[in-house]
Design a protein around this ligand. Structure first.
Ligand code: PMT
Length: 422
């Protein structure tokens, strides 16, 4: 029994997918936890499960129409009295209509007419789940503050196996009770907290040509940037990784391979336009040969003078072009005056966070498997991450990024977790 959830009013929406039978179990478990459950089924849901089942198990009779009810405007009443709405399962059609603001039927009208938190539990075949249209629509909902209990991999209708199988009822009920008790921020931490977010990461060191066979480069291996991309992907994000290395990106990510600062800038500016988060972990050259030779320079020709010119400052450009709500994270690789230099970069580049990386610390920085950083935020707060694996550093950065995203999603004065302060 979850004491703070007991008596809370929850609309249980059920849409038309084979996983609708699992909504019966969700209903029973919520009622057992003392929650007041108000079931709303779509017409398609009724093809899979019966009205009588939900009316018998739930706290109120089952509703499914805007029109056949004594209440004149049932969606407004349901939307106003609900303290949370959970949609189990959420089909591709429901997700698309909800993202598009189409009040097609009682359930869609109710989720559009509420100020209560909404949780959706997608369930569909792998091909549909991975379709860009579905992922785009889900991103829209996530940016509006809708919580997602993501599907698992497993057996699907028709005997196929893959991603898209709805989360188990116990997990869904756990998420609902958690939200009723502690709020969406705490629940997001227990689930894939970057589902529906687009995360753009840069990694590796650029190579600026001197001639066709030589370049000016640096010691970056790309390990830190790739660890951030891997972590973001595992936390459910759609990842675009712009990398100056040959390392593989996370499964399902878009990987753009580049060599020079100019190529990296072009790829990043293109993909940043619709990114929710941009993390600049790459070691971009600050200078490049002004006029690289078109043919191999040879010793017999004697000494060559190389004239350098500055490369574009990509992070500063991303800061100038940043779209509203985007979280921008830069790094500062320093060997001295680390805190001051990192703080100066934070304001000069208009970033939300700067990861100060003292690369003089043994086992930290370039090419190591471990790193030690201090994450500085624009509000003056900071968090130290002592020597840890680059993956752990990546997760520490993403924890703060998720807090920033939730702050931006939350209505003014809404769900604000004091632990979100660094
Ligand atoms: O790749 P690894 O071997 O795992 O090493 C990790 C790392 C040390 C490279 C990484 O942790 C790190 O510190 N990356 C930033 C390296 C760097 O170029 O720092 P900077 O202080 O010179 O640049 C400041 C910021 O501006 C960085 O976010 C950088 O990506 C960005 N920048 C720099 C120059 C430039 N022309 N354009 C930029 O956008």
């Amino acid at each position: 029994m979850a004491p703070r959830a007991a008596g809370k009013r929850v609309v249980l929406g059920v849409t038309g997918g084979i996983a609708a039978y699992k909504a019966v179990e969700v209903c029973r478990r919520l009622v057992d936890a003392g929650v007041h459950v108000m079931p709303v089924l779509t017409d398609d849901a009724l093809r899979f499960v019966g009205e009588a089942t939900f009316s018998a198990l739930a706290s109120e009779r089952c509703r499914h129409s805007l029109w056949d009810d004594a209440e004149a405007i049932p969606h407004i009443r349901l939307g106003q009295v609900a303290e949370l709405i959970v949609v189990v399962p959420a089909t591709a059609r429901f997700i698309g209509s909800y993202a598009g603001g189409i009040a097609d039927g009682l359930l869609l009208a109710t989720v559009l007419a509420t100020r209560a938190p909404v949780v959706v539990c997608p369930a569909m075949h792998t091909e549909m789940w991975e379709h860009p249209a579905v992922q785009e629509n889900l991103s829209i909902l996530v940016r509006r503050g809708v919580q997602v209990v993501p599907p698992d991999e497993g057996r699907l209708a028709g005997g196929d196996v893959g991603a898209g199988r709805m989360a188990e009822p116990a997990e869904i009920v756990d998420a609902v009770l958690g939200m009723l008790e502690v709020g969406p921020r705490a629940v997001a931490r227990r689930h894939k907290d970057l589902v529906g977010r687009r995360v753009l990461v840069s990694a590796g060191g650029t190579r600026e040509p001197i001639d066709p066979v030589r370049f000016i480069g640096n010691r970056s291996s790309g390990k830190q940037g790739h660890a951030i991309a891997d972590a973001a992907s595992e936390r459910g994000a759609q990842v675009v990784l712009v990398t100056a290395t040959a390392k593989p990106g996370p499964p399902g990510a878009t990987v753009v391979r580049v060599d020079t600062a100019a190529e990296m800038q072009e790829a990043l500016l293109e993909h940043a336009t619709d990114a929710d988060v941009v993390v600049m972990a790459a070691a971009v050259a600050d200078f490049r040969p002004k006029a690289p030779s078109g043919r191999k320079l040879s010793r017999s020709e004697g000494l060559h003078e190389i004239v350098f010119e500055p490369t574009p400052d990509i992070l500063a450009e991303l800061g100038r072009r940043r779209r509203e709500g985007q979280v921008l994270v830069g790094f500062a690789a320093e060997t001295h005056e680390v805190a001051q230099r990192a703080a100066a970069k934070l304001s000069a580049k208009r970033a939300d966070l700067i990861v100060a990386n003292d690369v003089s610390v043994p086992e930290a920085g370039f090419d190591h498997d471990t790193n030690a950083v201090t994450i500085l935020a624009v509000d003056g707060s900071s968090r130290q991450v002592p020597l840890a694996s680059k993956r752990e550093v990546a997760d520490a950065i993403l924890d703060i990024v998720v807090d920033r995203l939730l702050d931006r999603d939350a209505p003014a004065g809404g769900d604000r977790d004091p632990r979100s302060d660094l």
